[in-house]
Design a protein around this ligand. Structure first.
Ligand code: AMP
Ligand code: MG
Length: 365
C-alpha cells in the first residue's frame, strides 16, 4: 500500500517523548480498583515513558523496578562503554590476544547473540553488530539528538560540522575488523577475530522491552502497561476500559509532529529506526546513526524511517535497523518473512506498509 501524508499539522510539542507519552497517557482512566502509574525518566541513553495500570494494593514501585532493571541491563550486559558490562568485557578480550580469541559468554548473552546472528544472516548482513569500531569511528553517540533524547546543547540538523567525517582509509580499516560472518560460536563461548568490537545499540532497547515484559508477566497486580524505551515500545495487557493501546509514530521530518497512530490490543513490540533520531547535516548531506555495513557510511536506501511491529522486542528492534539499511523493497520481504508488520517512510514522503499494518495504522491523530 502507498500513501503520502507529508505536511501533517505541526503540534508544537517540543519533545518526541512527551508527545508519545501524551498519546499513551491520555487514553482512558482506570476503573476504581485499578490505578494508573506514570513515569518519565532516562535510562540506556534515552527517555523512558511508562504507563502502568496496577490493581490497588500493588506497591508504588513497579515503575521504579523497571527503571532499575533497565539500568542493570545496560551496566551489566549491553553497554560497550561501561567497564564491567559483558559486552565491554568481550570487547576488551577481543582487542588483544590471539588472531582469534575464544571468549566465554553467559548463556543469556549466547542466546541473544544467536538470535541477532539469525537476523544478520536473513538480512544478508544489513544488521551487523560487529561494526563496533566503525560506530566509534563515526562517533555516533556524539551526533546531535533531535527530539528524542538529550541534545547535550547541540542542535540537530545544524549546518555546522559537529562530527569529523572519517577518511575512506579509516572507514576501510574499521570495516576490516567487522563482519558477522567471521564470528564462530561454540557452547558457552564466542570466537572473535582480534580487534572486532561489538555494538548492540541496534537491539538494546528492544531487548529492554523483552525484559520489561518478562517482569510485567511476573507481577499479577499489573493489568496493563505501555512502556517506551526511546524508539522501542512494549504494550502489555489491557486498559481498564478495554480500548486498545495507542502508540504514536513520529514524523521523520517535522519535529514534534507525528505521522499517525498504531492501535494495538494486548502484547506487542514496536520499534522505529529513523535518520532523524541522531544526525548532523554537513554540506547538505545527512550523517546519521544507522550505518550501511557494505559501505561504512550512513545508510542511504531512500528511507527516512521504518517502524516494525512484532511479537518480540529484540526482533522488532533488529528488523527496524536491518530494514532501514535494506530499503523498502527488500525490507518489506524481510519483515514479512518474520511475520512482522512494517511501515516504511521514504524520503519523498511515500508510505509503504504491510497489509497487517494497514489494519492497525491510522494516519494523523
Ligand atoms: P537503531 O536506532 O535501533 O536502528 O540502532 C542504531 C544503532 O545501532 C546505532 O546507534 C549504532 O550503535 C548501531 N548500528 C548502526 N548501524 C548498524 C547496523 N547496520 N547494524 C547493527 N548495528 C548498527
Ligand atoms: Mg534497531
Amino acid at each position: 500500500m502507498k500513501q503520502n501524508i507529508w505536511g501533517r499539522k505541526e503540534l508544537g510539542i517540543p519533545m518526541a517523548a512527551v508527545l508519545l507519552g501524551l498519546a499513551l497517557l491520555l487514553a482512558g482512566c482506570g476503573a476504581a480498583p485499578i490505578q494508573r502509574q506514570t513515569c518519565v525518566d532516562t535510562a540506556m541513553g534515552t527517555i523512558v515513558t511508562q504507563t502502568l495500570y496496577v490493581r490497588q494494593g500493588g506497591g508504588p514501585s513497579e515503575s521504579a523496578t523497571i527503571m532499575q532493571l533497565l539500568t542493570e541491563l545496560e551496566q551489566q550486559e549491553l553497554s560497550w562503554r561501561i567497564e564491567g558490562s559483558e559486552v565491554a568485557r568481550i570487547n576488551a578480550q577481543s582487542a588483544e590476544g590471539e588472531e582469534e580469541n575464544t571468549i566465554p559468554v553467559s548463556s543469556s548473552m549466547q542466546e541473544l547473540l544467536g538470535r541477532i546472528w539469525q537476523v544478520s544472516a536473513d538480512s544478508g548482513g544489513a544488521l551487523d553488530v560487529t561494526l563496533g569500531r566503525l560506530s566509534r569511528l563515526w562517533n555516533l553517540d556524539e551526533l546531535a539528538v533531535s527530539a528524542d533524547g538529550d541534545a547535550g546543547g547541540i542542535s540537530a540538523g545544524s549546518d555546522v560540522p559537529l562530527i569529523q567525517i572519517p577518511t575512506l582509509e579509516q572507514i576501510q580499516s574499521a570495516l576490516e575488523d567487522s563482519g558477522y560472518g567471521r564470528v564462530r560460536f561454540s557452547q558457552g563461548e564466542v570466537l572473535l577475530p582480534r580487534g572486532m568490537q561489538l555494538d548492540l545499540g541496534a537491539v538494546g532497547k528492544g531487548i529492554a522491552c523483552d525484559r520489561i515484559s518478562a517482569y510485567l508477566h511476573s507481577q499479577s497486580q499489573v493489568t496493563g502497561a505501555v512502556v517506551a524505551v526511546g524508539g522501542s515500545v512494549v504494550t502489555y495487557g489491557q486498559k481498564p476500559d478495554g480500548s486498545p493501546w495507542s502508540v504514536a509514530i513520529m514524523h521523520p521530518r517535522e519535529e514534534g509532529s507525528y505521522l499517525g497512530i498504531l492501535s494495538l490490543a494486548g502484547e506487542h513490540y514496536v520499534s522505529t529506526s529513523g535518520d532523524y533520531e541522531r544526525y548532523v547535516m554537513v554540506d547538505g548531506v545527512r550523517y546519521h546513526h544507522i550505518l550501511d555495513p557494505f559501505t561504512g557510511y550512513p545508510a542511504h536506501s531512500g528511507l527516512c524511517s521504518v517502524t516494525i511491529v512484532s511479537d518480540n522486542g529484540l526482533l522488532a528492534d533488529a528488523l527496524s535497523t536491518a530494514c532501514f539499511v535494506l530499503g523498502s523493497e527488500q525490507g518489506l520481504a524481510l519483515a514479512e518473512s518474520y511475520g512482522a508488520e512494517a511501515l516504511f517512510v521514504e524520503e519523498d514522503g511515500a508510505l509503504y506498509m504491510t497489509e497487517g499494518m494497514e489494519e492497525i495504522f491510522s494516519a494523523g491523530r
